[in-house]
Ligand binder design. Sequence first.
Ligand SMILES: [Zn+2]
Length: 142
Amino acid sequence: MVFPCNEIKKTAWDVLRNFDHALILREDDPLLPAVLGVYEAQGIRDGAPQNTMKGEAFRTDLAAAYPDCRLVITKETMTVEGMIKIVYDLLKDKLNIAKITFTSGANAACQEYEVSGTLNRCPLCGIALNEEGVCPKCGYRA
Ligand SMILES: [Zn+2]
């Protein structure tokens, strides 16, 4: 069965929307304490009521997302190559990734991956079953 494209987008977007309209800073950026100070002073350090398009918080070796602050802290300086590494790390267990391309202005990078293994999928929807063997979309149980 073919994995539905819209489900790939949803799976990726759940993670990637942490970067949408977010401030992305390297962990040692001198602006970071100042920015957090302003958030604190404005009373939005733990989120604002209008901020509803939040992704799920994550923390990996390469980056950490603080969706309430619309903030992503990275280990390395943000480049298209770095973004590929971060995104691959976040999605490699959820999708079989063959290729990632990132562009930013005139910069572009592309990385191909050896696709191995397979995910157990719902025979009704085609989307990946969760750890309990249940389809998150239709409730099918393996
Ligand atoms: Zn299903």
